[in-house]
Design a binder for this molecule. Sequence first.
Ligand SMILES: NC(=O)c1ccc[n+]([C@@H]2O[C@H](COP(=O)([O-])OP(=O)(O)OC[C@H]3O[C@@H](n4cnc5c(N)ncnc54)[C@H](O)[C@@H]3O)[C@@H](O)[C@H]2O)c1
Length: 357
Amino acid sequence: MNNLIFKAEDSSVKLTFCAGIPEVTNLLPSEAKCCVIADSKVLDIHKEFKDALISKGYLIYEVNNPESDKNIDTFSEIIDFMQMNNMNRGDCLIGFGGGAVTDLAGFVASSYMRGIKYIQVPTSLLAQVDASIGGKTGINHGQIKNFIGSFYNPTEIFICIEFLKSLNEQEFLNGFSEVLKHSLITSKDTLEKLKNSSKKILDRETATLLECIQESIGIKAEVVANDFKESGERKFLNFGHTFAHGIESINYEKPIFHGHAVIIGMLMALKYSSDLNYLSSESYSLAKNAISEFNYDFSEVELDAEGIFEAMRSDKKNTDAINLVLLKDIGQPFLYAESSNDNLKKHIKEFIDDFKK
Ligand SMILES: NC(=O)c1ccc[n+]([C@@H]2O[C@H](COP(=O)([O-])OP(=O)(O)OC[C@H]3O[C@@H](n4cnc5c(N)ncnc54)[C@H](O)[C@@H]3O)[C@@H](O)[C@H]2O)c1
């Protein structure tokens, strides 16, 4: 077991790295009345964890289709479930699953009786290094992701890499995009280390994986501690994301992994940083080579310059200019407002022509 305490606004979050699943169950509260909002698929895979929750007498609300159930109807059903079971302000909510479930659980916790204590047990790599860290909670509304939400921190987060063993390679890489992103915006050394450990990471070798997850969480936790409400530095965590949202929008009918769109988005941002002469060719090559060490499968991703550009432009955050995070070097992000539509469209088109080769 290994702890990290990080501050975010007026609360502090205790993050515990657990050696195995039994350690997680031992650390979950025994006295308090708890309700777990759980991904049913993950519960079925990790039956020993489910049995432990049952033997603790916890209430369990199962979510069957995390991303499509991350909505106001499920939110309302969970509130009914908790109310019927007389959950009170002093009781505890637990989110168990990937990022869709931890986001939903966090939002329920922030709203139920004006906010109750909650604990996150993230089970996907994306949720461990990103979604459960930083206090952003939310649900989707209409066609818009995370349209309703809040900033609300859990009191504790338990990270256990044993849960990650049941992710397939592309699901694992989906989360790994955020690990790569954290290194690209903060440290050349960390990026080099990831590149040199790619085989061990892909084999999910325990010590290596744990080290890179701890480092990645540490980076996000520090950024969040400095800028909880995203008025400055936290915006750098959007590196690659403006392009990625455009890519995800045009793949709406047949959704792709968010992390895969982020990787392509980061490659677009790296190339743009290089084309605009901010990023040296050495750093650009290092970044591209590091990313290419990992086996991302992009075969299902549709890319269309006009569509991506239009989706980026119609984003509510891009009113006068399109806001991008670019790099002056690895570890040196900055905000760049692109007001020339033609330049950006040309860049996206050239990138795609090259990417498809
Ligand atoms: N709050 C934030 O700051 C933040 C940041 C990034 C992403 N997000 C949100 O996170 C979500 C994406 O996260 P995600 O990729 O974890 O999505 P997800 O929760 O939909 O999980 C992806 C898939 O992995 C499965 N899964 C989860 N853990 C597993 C395990 N251990 N073994 C096998 N299968 C497992 C799930 O059942 C699901 O099928 C999105 O809703 C996104 O909006 C939030």
